[in-house]
Design a protein around this ligand. Structure first.
Ligand code: ADP
Length: 746
């Protein structure tokens, strides 16, 4: 396209033409039609129905005006520039067919380059486009008069286009187009006003509806709240600043014994004429202290308990009051609420009474007792005695009037005895009773046993710990006294024994002399017998005295064990050999069975002699003639066991455990027959234990007894080497005589 051509063309056509080229539309090429599908067209017509209705009479009018024109057609395009409808004159049909413009075709610049509707849409103003001949030379000239139709908001709604043979174009057509467009726009505006009005009306209707709905909802909610308020267990009252009730729910009416009519608008003080308000301490509440009056003064009241009396009825209530302020913080209402706690209060009183009763019973028991809640360790029940005891234990700091409500921690921290807490925790954890042994409490100089017993709840959990204190001062003091007395007795025996030992030894010596060959011949048979008896009894006396002295020595801690390494087999044999006389005399067989021929261990030989002779003398004592006594030596693990087995009368099971206690004789009837003090076995046991051994007894009544002494298998380091058993036979005979003295009692 050259400059010449541009100069010849109207600028608007030139521009349109350029735009078409930029869209790759060649002026001389017939492009493919761009058009709506059938459905799209129907939708577009439907969307623009109102527009079509409005435009129709205008366009018909236009035709009436130009009725004499042949080559004219008018078309209405939608805002996307697609033809909605065509109106043609007689010859218009022909142009229409020629240019391919029928409903649904697109007349934007994509179709054959420029055209009126496309340009009007782009420029958004009415255009006159002449000179199609520049593009499509095969057609004769056509002039396009196109103008956008705006909706009331000013957006393009449609394009009205008049196409006319160029030679038929005249200015009147231009005016007709603009008038038509304006007319249509005005009508659209009018309609849109109507629409707006309609929409406004609709909005109004809807908001009225909404308001009604809201009102209904509010009403329903209010009814609901009213129902809730009325059905609330809690009494609710609201007073205004004049002190008048504006709301009293049913529970409140019930509590005050008046109906709503009576109360609403009545003044706060009016309630006083219906009921009497009292504080818990039965003091009448003055009107100015009525809950409503207090709240109206700005006070917030929490959990105030009142007694409400009406006639003979008496109720307990707990009341709360809160001021309700307006936005500026000024008092508006007093909101009062109250709950009937009569049942609870009566239960509480009953429990209190019960507790007091239990307390009285416990007081009468005369034993200090307290019940502690577990695990928080708070005292729930306590009797006077227990409070007294705690005060006694606290000494100067003790001024507790009642233990109930106090924590154990609180009390024991003054007492500085944490054991109490530990005992209670132990009871809670073990679920078992704990017995705390006597302890002396410095301040009180008394001894107590404490018993901590668990109390279980329904679920079988420990809920309480009952603590009982037993005053065992008398018992403890008595035992102490007894111990003291026993000691005194022992001391006495010890002294007496010392004093007796020398005369007994002298008597013994004298009798021995009398019975020696030198003097014996001068004695008559009777006298000899008597002297013999004296000798025998002097041995018994010596044995007794020796035993007492040994015992006393041990108890005073003077009995030292002098270990030497000895052959226990040889020693035992020697002791047994020294008893030949007795075996013959009593016609009892005495045998030794030993696992080993020699066994060297560390023992105190004197003590061992005593032990073995004691066991053997008992065996002889309680074994009838013609029976057997056997001594066994055997080794078991770390011990050498020496057992003395007899075929004597045996010891009953119940006595077996006691024979090692001091002064125990199994059968006192034997006392006369086989005199003894019951000290021998206890001494034996102590001596065995001193040598770090142990003693056991197995016995069967009527069959015999077996005493087994366990001595540890060990030696001591000795510089001189091993000691032999070096007592002379007369020395041994003397010991045997003493240890066996009881055998010839009579
Ligand atoms: P005592 O020093 O008076 O001899 P013991 O302590 O030796 O007393 O013995 C205590 C009691 O044990 C004896 O009185 C006797 O009843 C019983 N007893 C001890 N040994 C035997 C035994 N071998 N057979 C039956 N009873 C025995």
């Amino acid at each position: 396209m050259n400059k010449q051509k541009q100069e010849k063309m109207e600028p608007v056509i030139w521009e349109s033409w350029q735009r078409s080229i930029s869209y790759n539309i060649h002026p001389r090429k017939i492009e493919k039609l761009i058009a709506y599908s059938k459905e799209e067209l129907e939708r577009a017509i439907h969307e623009n129905q109102k527009l079509l209705e409005i435009a129709e009479p205008y366009i018909q009018n236009m035709f009436a005006i130009v009725h004499d024109m042949k080559d004219i057609y008018i078309n209405l395009l939608d805002k996307r520039c697609y033809t909605l409808k065509n109106w043609t004159g007689d010859e218009g049909e022909y142009i229409l067919i020629e240019v391919g413009s029928h409903p649904g075709t697109c007349w934007k610049e994509k179709y054959r380059g420029t055209n009126g509707p496309g340009t009007a849409m782009y420029l958004n103003k009415p255009v006159l486009v002449k000179g199609w001949e520049h593009f499509c030379e095969m057609y004769h000239g056509i002039a396009c008069l196109a103008a956008p139709i705006h909706d009331p908001k000013g957006d393009i709604l449609a394009i009205l286009n008049i196409a006319v043979a160029a030679d038929e174009y005249n200015k009147g057509l231009w005016g007709m187009l603009l008038t038509g467009v304006r007319g249509i726009e005005r009508e659209l505006q009018h309609i849109s006003h109507q629409y707006e009005m309609e929409a406004l009306n609709q909005q109004l209707r809807e908001s009225v509806k909404k308001e009604r709905r809201l009102k209904k909802e509010v009403k329903e909610k209010a009814q609901l709240i009213e129902a809730i308020i009325d059905n609330m267990y809690e009494g609710l009252l609201i007073c205004n600043t004049d002190g008048k009730y504006v709301l009293v729910n049913e529970s409140a009416q019930d509590l005050l014994g008046a109906n709503s009519n009576e109360l609403v608008s009545a003044e706060i003080g009016y309630i006083g004429s219906l009921v009497v308000f009292k504080y818990e301490n039965e003091k009448v509440v003055p009107i100015e202290e009525y809950l409503g009056n207090r709240v109206l003064k700005g006070e917030t009241v929490e959990n105030q308990v009142y007694i409400v009396e009406k006639g003979r009825s008496k109720r307990y209530i707990v009341a709360n009051g809160t001021p309700i302020l307006d936005e500026e913080g000024k008092m508006k209402y007093a909101l009062l609420s109250c709950t009937d706690i009569t049942k609870m209060k009566y239960n509480e009183l009953a429990v209190k009474k019960q507790r007091e009763f239990v307390g009285k019973v416990l007081d009468m028991l005369g034993v200090p007792m307290a019940v502690i809640r577990y695990p928080d360790l708070i005292c729930e029940i306590s009797n006077v005695k227990s409070t007294d005891l705690v005060n006694q234990l606290l000494g100067e700091k003790g001024n507790i009037s009642n233990l109930v409500g106090k924590t154990v921690e609180e009390v024991v921290s003054i007492m500085q005895n944490q054991n109490f807490i530990e005992y209670m925790i132990q009871v809670g954890e073990s679920r078992k009773e704990i017995f705390a042994k006597a302890e002396l409490y410095a301040h009180s100089n008394q001894y107590y046993h404490f018993i901590f017993s668990p109390i279980f709840d329904k679920k079988n959990n420990v809920s309480h710990v009952a603590v009982t204190a037993l005053d065992v001062s008398n018992e403890v003091n008595y035992n102490k006294k007894m111990e003291e007395m026993a000691k005194q007795k022992d001391d006495f025996f010890s002294i007496v024994s010392h004093e007796l030992r020398s005369p007994a030894a002298l008597i013994n010596l004298a009798t021995q002399m009398l019975l020696s060959t030198y003097y014996e011949k001068d004695l008559s048979d009777k006298a000899r017998k008597l002297v013999h008896k004296i000798k025998q009894n002097s041995y018994r006396l010596l044995r007794l005295v020796n035993n007492f002295l040994d015992m006393a020595k041990i108890e005073e801690g003077f009995a030292h064990i002098e270990y030497t390494n000895v052959d226990i087999v040889q020693l035992t044999k020697a002791i047994i050999d020294s008893l030949q006389l007795f075996t013959l005399d009593k016609k009892i067989k005495l045998d030794l069975y030993t696992e080993v021929n020699k066994k060297i261990i560390a023992i105190d030989t004197d003590k061992y002699e005593k032990i073995l002779l004691n066991l053997l003398s008992n065996a002889f004592k309680f074994t009838p003639s013609d029976r057997k006594i056997t001594v066994h030596i055997h080794l078991v693990e770390k011990y050498i066991i020496i057992s003395v087995e007899d075929q004597g009368i045996g010891i009953s099971q119940e006595k077996v455990d006691k024979i090692f206690d001091r002064f125990v004789q199994v059968d006192s009837s034997f006392r006369r027959k086989n005199e003894g003090t019951g000290i021998g076995l206890s001494l034996v046991k102590i001596l065995v234990e001193k040598m770090e051994g142990k003693i056991e007894v197995h016995s069967q009544v009527g069959k015999g007894s077996c005493f087994s002494v366990y001595l540890p298998d060990r030696r001591i380091q000795e510089e001189q080497g091993m000691t032999n058993y070096i007592k002379s036979s007369s020395e041994i005979a003397e010991i045997v005589n003493i240890e066996f003295a009881d055998i010839y009692g009579e």
